[in-house]
Design a binder for this molecule. Structure first.
Ligand SMILES: [Fe+2]
Length: 254
């Protein structure tokens, strides 16, 4: 796949020119990038039917991402705004700590519009538009998940210690990025990093699957350079949310 540097640098220019509260303009995608999206999205969508959790599959039917082209961030934002109040704000590259989590308190998810090269599609620690839209944006159509994102944002804005910030990052990672839940006796994915990666979807059932316990997650290190060797499986989405929100409220926001 050949993607002109001009396409990528034009997206970067548009993203950097965006200001909070202003409409997000369209981003340009090449025909090769649209074809890549179509191929990966079709594969993931089939996998989601088997391995995605029920809440995710419901949310995907509401968001209805297009199958034949890279979706525009502004159209997905419009849908999310009407469902849960969330919006997507373009950024280039990963955002560190509070810059990433904090805006979630105000219904804003920072997301990159970029498409990573086909050679990095199997696995990459960096987010791309597939990760942002297929992973994060879809689940943000679910009101309960949207509220959990807000809770992380509020906690990040109120955290005053490195210890609290590390706890937030680990909890976010092992839930909203690589979280699993048991449904009908089988692990199913609700985490964005798994739902947006063919490789992660293929391999998560072979990971070291452990019972969801906040204290165990807080003692676990994040390594986003590899497929996840250890994952935490909640009994139910509601129990996971109750425990995560309780921890954020009592241990971080005070
Ligand atoms: Fe992510």
């Amino acid at each position: 796949m050949t993607v002109g540097l001009d396409v990528r640098s034009e997206r970067e220019r548009v993203a950097r020119a965006c200001r909070p509260g202003q409409p997000v303009p369209d981003f340009v995608y090449s025909s090769d990038e649209d074809a890549l999206w179509s191929r990966i999205f079709a594969t993931l969508r089939a996998m989601h039917e088997q391995l995605g959790c029920a809440d995710y599959r419901c949310a995907a039917r509401l968001v209805r991402l297009p199958a034949d082209r890279v979706p525009q961030m502004n159209e997905v934002s419009r849908t999310l705004r009407s469902l849960t109040g969330f919006e997507l704000a373009p950024v280039i590259g990963s955002q560190p700590g509070r810059l990433f989590y904090g805006p979630m308190a105000d219904n804003i998810l920072h997301a990159t519009p970029d498409v990573r090269p086909v050679t990095e599609q199997a696995f990459s620690p960096d987010p791309d538009v597939i990760h942002e839209l297929v992973g994060h944006a879809v689940i943000l159509a679910d009101p309960e998940f949207a509220e959990l994102y807000r809770c992380f944002g509020r906690a990040a804005n109120q955290a005053t210690s490195d210890e609290a910030r590390t706890a937030i990052a680990r909890l976010f990672w092992f839930t909203l990025e690589v979280g699993l839940v048991t449904e009908r006796g089988h692990p199913r994915a609700y985490g964005a990093a798994i739902l947006s990666s063919v490789t992660e979807m293929e391999s998560f059932v072979n990971a070291d699957l452990r019972e969801f316990r906040v204290e165990d997650i807080l003692a676990s290190r994040i390594d986003d350079r590899i497929c996840q060797p250890v994952l935490f499986v909640a009994d139910s989405v509601s129990r996971m949310m109750t425990e995560v929100k309780g921890f954020l409220r009592t241990s971080v926001e005070n």
